[in-house]
Design a protein around this ligand. Structure first.
Ligand code: ACM
Length: 675
């Protein structure tokens, strides 16, 4: 009987699901449910979710009607259930399709919403929905994106359009960087100068403002460019996002990145002089009064558990000489300005906690002692985040090398000007936020992951979308899908399709199918006579950019489009590269050459002079080649090979590259190729 049953059992033909982020568990059965214009849906969930999901489905491309009639066929049933076998996340869901229709079950409205996103993606492929059972839940609770609306301001409708897309890929946090030197972007009723004045500049484009005199202007000035969200507009955005299960997290910068505040209200800086300082005066009680008043209004608008207080990149210089700051340090027993920063952060944390909120801040909030309940957003690599979890505190990983979407996503020469860096889609996708080295309890404290779009070089809304997509979708899969279920090849195939879909939907993504990729030199190791040979440094390399230490220049590995790929070695000491390679025996050589790069923004320049010489004894060198190069400041990212060809003999090869007197900065080279 059993044998019989088994031989009768249908062989299941497994299909391929094109859902992003990729789901946890998928079981296939044979057959399809045909979604059509007579299909109806019902939502069994708490009132607010029922209302949300009903409106959402009615407006969706599924073209289905709501019906509360129980039972029957051709149905989509959404139901919040008290438990779901093995599911621990309230955002998880089970989606089952059979001949009666589609059933989505979850522990919460958010879970149902994510099941709906999966269904929408399946239905976008075909209205024949395969008989399937999907069990899916997020890897991380916090799946975020940050948009900097200070450097350039983007309107409410544009933000909504991004929320639509983020929700489709199961992102659940939108962090808005609302305040920075370039403009204050949120109406605060108690401090009207923040938006009458500090939200406006005579230059629309950040770079022109930054390279100019960095002034603000009155809103009424005919030159005024910029803007802000009124409190009503922001409430509308918060509500819009909440309907898509996205929490908007506001960031109000302190103690630094506050030039705009300190020009509108100069009495809050150490010197009281407008256009002079970026840091609030931490010695002045009025500063706390101001910040608390601002945060009170902020908390009225944003129900978010987290309020982000920035905390990054404080210069702290004025605190060292300010009477009030010095008096505060003395009174509170603070030994340095780092502790003064901590004093402020701790105090703001207490204030937020007393209002039932939690503090979120960039990883500098660790310096001088971490606030006790704070969550750290790790941006200067992962170190800060790892330190926080080791101290038992939650962290959100957002390291620059994987999560900063303001870097170039392809060969810089093919792209609009960016801040620098090189972060192709594959690199975002390769990020695993949880290192194996952590203990199980530390791993639990990695609360999530976030990608950030800083917008210094992103002046238009079209350009925002270009920088975000598809990289943000790679991050969405990093954030939602299990590490073992992710595959770059599979994602890349889906991403190519997603880019086409985004274009059809009116977004402006990067044209992935025409991606050039990394610098060709970086794509394969190079063979040459000096490979693996010892290098003596007459001038040391810069410890900030060591690459692979003393083996870097002869390891056969060449660098890519940016110096941050750990293949380029930096030199700052005495502004020179001066190294000697020992070929171990007298060798006939025909060429010696090395590449340099120039990116003027971060002060990376070509050498002004290169000298190549050889020696048989390592003492007496014969110069083979000496060349001068005129270094000119420009907006390009460029690469240049400096080398000699000819015939010579020797055991030791010396390579010297000297920076120009005019442009010091950093020299970067990756390999000295000897043939
Ligand atoms: C940052 O990028 N300054 C957080």
């Amino acid at each position: 009987m059993l044998m019989n049953q088994m031989s009768c059992a249908e062989k299941v033909v497994e299909g391929k699901l094109s859902v992003t982020p990729v789901s946890s568990e998928v079981k296939w059965h044979n057959g399809v449910f045909k979604l059509n214009s007579s299909t109806t849906f019902t939502v069994d969930a708490p009132e607010i979710d029922k209302s949300n999901l009903t409106s959402y489905l009615l407006a969706s491309p599924l073209n289905i009607k709501s019906s509360d009639i129980e039972g029957g066929d051709n149905r989509i049933v959404l139901k919040v259930v008290p438990s779901l076998d093995g599911m621990t996340s309230s955002e998880g869901y089970r989606l089952s399709v059979d001949r009666k229709g589609v059933k989505i079950e979850a522990l919460s409205g958010a879970g149902l919403f994510y099941g709906v996103q999966t269904l929408l993606q399946m239905a976008a492929e075909s209205s024949d929905i395969p008989f399937i059972e999907i069990k899916d839940e997020p890897r991380f609770q916090y799946r975020g994106m940050m948009l900097d609306v200070s450097r350039h301001f983007y309107g409410k409708e544009f933000v909504k359009k991004q929320i639509d897309l983020l929700a489709y890929y199961k992102i659940n946090r939108l962090h808005l960087h609302l305040t920075d030197a370039a403009g204050w972007r949120l109406e605060i009723k108690k401090y009207p100068r923040l938006t009458e004045f500090a939200a406006w500049r005579p230059q629309a484009v950040w770079k022109e403002w930054w390279n100019g005199d960095r002034k603000y202007c009155e809103q009424s000035d005919p030159r005024a460019q910029g803007g802000f969200y009124t409190q009503d507009e922001m409430r509308e955005l918060v509500e819009y996002a909440a309907q898509k299960y996205i929490t908007i997290i506001p960031e109000i910068e302190m103690p630094a990145h506050s030039e705009e505040v300190l020009t509108a209200y100069p009495e809050l800086s150490c010197t009281h002089v407008p256009y002079k300082q970026a840091d609030f005066c931490v010695g002045n009680e009025k500063v706390f009064e101001f910040l608390e008043n601002v945060l009170l209004e902020v908390m009225e608008i944003f129900p978010s558990e987290y309020i982000h207080i920035g905390g990054d990149e404080a210069g702290k210089a004025s605190w060292k000489t300010c009477k009030l700051c010095q008096a505060r340090m003395k009174k509170e027993g603070l030994k340095d300005v780092n502790e003064l920063q901590s004093y402020m952060i701790h105090r703001m944390e207490k204030f937020l906690n007393s209002h039932g909120r939690n503090l979120l801040g960039w990883d500098e909030i660790l310096e001088g002692g971490l606030a006790p309940n704070a969550t750290v957003m790790s941006w200067r690599g992962t170190e800060g985040g790892l330190k926080a979890v080791k101290a038992g505190q939650k962290t959100i990983m957002s390291p620059g090398q994987y999560c900063y979407l303001d870097g170039y996503q392809d060969a810089p020469y093919s792209q609009p000007e960016a801040i620098g860096g090189y972060l192709p889609l594959s690199k975002v996708y390769s990020y695993n936020p949880v290192p194996d080295s952590l203990s199980a309890s530390e791993k639990e404290l990695i609360y999530g992951v976030q990608a950030n779009l800083w917008t210094e070089y992103v002046p238009t809304e079209e350009h925002v979308e270009y920088m975000l997509y598809p990289r943000m979708i790679a991050l969405a899969e990093v954030a939602w899908s299990k590490q073992e279920n992710r595959s770059w090849d599979d994602f890349h195939t889906r991403a190519l399709k997603i880019v086409d879909e985004l274009k059809q939907k009116g977004y402006n993504p990067f044209d992935l199918k025409n991606e050039i990729g990394n610098r060709k030199e970086a794509q394969a190791p190079v063979e040459h006579l000096a490979l693996g040979k010892k290098v003596k440094y007459n001038a040391p390399y810069w410890e900030n950019y060591p690459a692979n230490g003393e083996s870097t220049l002869t390891d056969g590995l060449r660098g890519g489009w940016n110096y941050n790929d750990q293949l380029w070695q930096g030199f700052v000491t005495k502004n020179r590269v001066d190294v000697v390679i020992d070929l171990e025996k007298d060798t006939e050589i025909h060429s010696v050459a090395a590449d340099f790069m120039q990116i003027c923004g971060p002060e990376v320049f070509m050498p002004a002079k290169v000298i190549i010489s050889v020696s048989s004894d390592g003492e007496n060198f014969t110069v083979l080649f000496e060349i001068d190069h005129e270094v000119v400041r420009d907006d390009e990212v460029s690469f240049k090979n400096f080398g000699w060809t000819g015939t010579a003999n020797g055991r030791y090869v010396r390579y010297q590259a000297l920076a120009s007197d005019k442009f010091g900065g950093v020299l970067f080279t990756d390999e000295i190729v000897v043939r």
